[in-house]
Design a protein around this ligand. Structure first.
Ligand code: PLP
Length: 442
């Protein structure tokens, strides 16, 4: 008993330190968030909030009256049901892949891929902003790892050249280089420059000992024919050997599919510990996934994707044309990493990163939350220290009036900070600041 108290005391102290650093996590209160307008969740096509997914799920239940609720075992035994195999075949077809393997979550799927597939002597070269689950998988894996700066093709080139120079076995094609990317990055909402990356890799590794992997968590359901994703949108299915499509965002449910060839699928079934030593996903989860796909692959899905795009253009148009936007952006009160590109791409991503000055993201988030709009502030270490932000997520069913109000709230907050900043700059510079300035210029 004494040990329990002792450990609890230790844990409390650690939690208190976390709280003092402003990094204590308290999940959103569901009773509170239910009353708010959703500009925070990943339900970007509004399949949950509209009730459409519930209906599609119940339709699946009716179509399969003999379903068993539980899954009874792991994938390597009775957990592999016919319904699961049919779903995997359907997913492979929709995403134009040789095969699909379903996992209970995207996290589990990434851990499975990166802890098993790259072999000793191989290299994994990854974008600095890839998801935590890819890092956790790589940590358990046996390949060497190299990071390159976010979306930076020159940095990727240097990294590959360096690997080839110091590892003749790679240059000679005896070991493989895996390149770990995401289609859309979850914090800056920018898109991977995949064509450029494919081209430069072909130059540096002409023997073809390279495997590209793209995590499509943020493009699944939203881009491409039937929402099939970025790789299908660009017609690059044959170039990208591993794709991960999660179902917890645009699809509105949970789980994920790894799209790859039969060999890698079989390798995962044989070596992915999370899949071997854990009960397989049960029918209710699979039926929700199938229900979600039935919607996104229909006319309703096309209409929802279009509405989402229109809402996003409407938001960007209104925010960036606001009379004080340019001043606020120039003075660093707010910046929008997507501002320069939102007009030029062939689609917009539903994540809108509103980067504030350090220490200000909570204040903007509180302003919006107290007006009834659910948004999430994001801090270090999820984003760099000087890039904290309010992460706004647009949905197909957000209305034009809600978008107007959100823009109004953001700009009222930013304009009042701008006024404060101007007042501050009228005051004489205090001694301490002068010293800082001198020290800095030295
Ligand atoms: C890029 C990316 N990969 C993987 C995951 C994990 O997916 P899941 O939520 O299904 O575990 C997420 C979710 O946050 C993600 O953003």
């Amino acid at each position: 008993m004494a040990h329990v108290y002792w450990t609890e005391g230790k844990l409390d102290k650690i939690l208190e330190i976390r709280r003092q650093k402003g990094r204590f996590i308290e999940p959103v209160n569901p009773r509170e968030s239910a009353k708010m307008v959703d500009f925070g969740s990943n339900d970007t096509l509004s399949l949950n909030s509209s009730g459409l997914l519930r209906k599609a799920f119940l339709d699946e239940v009716v179509k399969n009256p003999d379903f068993e609720v539980g899954s009874r075992s792991t994938r390597i035994f009775e957990g592999t049901t016919q319904y699961l195999l049919d779903l995997e075949e359907y997913l492979a077809g929709l995403h134009r892949a040789e095969s699909a393997l379903f996992f209970p979550s995207g996290y589990e799927a990434n851990v499975a891929i990166w802890s098993t597939i790259p072999q000793p002597g191989d290299f994994v070269v990854y974008d600095e902003y890839v998801h935590a689950s890819i890092h956790d998988g790589m940590r358990q894996g046996r390949a060497s790892k190299r990071m390159f700066s976010h979306n930076d093709c020159e940095c990727l080139r240097e990294c590959l050249l360096d690997i080839c120079k110091s590892n003749p076995a790679v240059a000679e094609g005896q070991h493989t280089v895996f390149i770990a990317l995401e289609s859309i990055y979850s914090m800056d909402a920018d898109i991977v420059p995949i064509h450029e990356m494919l081209n430069l890799t072909k130059e540096i590794l002409p023997r073809g000992n390279v495997i590209f992997s793209i995590d499509e968590a943020h493009s699944n359901g939203l881009i491409g024919e039937n929402g099939s994703g970025l790789v299908c949108h660009y017609g690059l299915e044959s170039e990208i050997s591993i794709r991960l499509h999660t179902c917890g965002k645009g699809l509105g449910s949970t789980g994920a599919a790894v799209l790859t060839n039969e060999t890698m699928r079989s390798y995962l079934i044989n070596y992915a510990r999370g899949l071997i030593f854990s009960t397989a996903p049960a029918f209710p989860c699979l039926a929700a996934v199938k229900g979600g796909y039935n919607i996104v692959a229909s006319k309703e899905g096309d209409e929802r994707r279009l509405r989402l795009q229109n809402n996003l253009s409407n938001f960007y148009e209104k925010l960036t044309r606001h009379p004080t936007w340019a001043k606020c952006a120039f003075s660093g009160i707010l910046s929008l990493p997507t501002e320069k590109v939102w007009r030029t791409g062939d689609f917009l991503t539903p994540i809108i990163p509103l980067v504030t000055e350090p220490g200000q993201a909570s204040s903007l988030a509180r302003k919006m939350q107290s007006a009834g709009y659910q948004v999430n502030p994001v801090f270090y270490p999820i984003v760099p220290r000087d890039k904290e932000r309010v992460r706004l997520v647009m949905h197909a069913d957000n209305t034009s009036a809600q978008i107007d109000e959100v823009v109004h709230l953001i700009m009222t907050w930013a304009t009042s900070r701008l006024a404060n900043q101007l007042q501050r700059s009228d005051r004489p510079v205090p001694e301490g600041d002068m010293y800082q300035n001198v020290a800095f210029s030295d």
